[in-house]
Design a protein around this ligand. Structure first.
Ligand SMILES: [Zn+2]
Length: 68
């Protein structure tokens, strides 16, 4: 058995809303302020229920999501 990890860069708009990498809609549940850091925060898209772990620091915003 093999677990494929789906990961990539996150798009965060000027208001700090994260764009869902799966359905491209904005996730309103969480907002990122400039300079804030997130590590391993679990976020689920309310539209498509895509689940991901969010990592944000000052240089980059990325996500990873285990796939079955
Ligand atoms: Zn979504």
């Amino acid at each position: 058995m093999q677990t494929v990890e789906n990961c990539g860069k996150l798009v965060v708009d000027e208001k700090g809303a994260i764009q869902c990498p799966n359905c491209r809609r904005k996730i309103r549940r969480i907002r990122v302020k400039p300079g804030s850091e997130l590590r391993g925060v679990s976020v689920q898209c309310s539209e498509c229920r895509f689940e991901m772990q969010v990592n944000i620091d000052q240089a980059s915003a990325t996500y990873s999501s285990p796939r079955h």
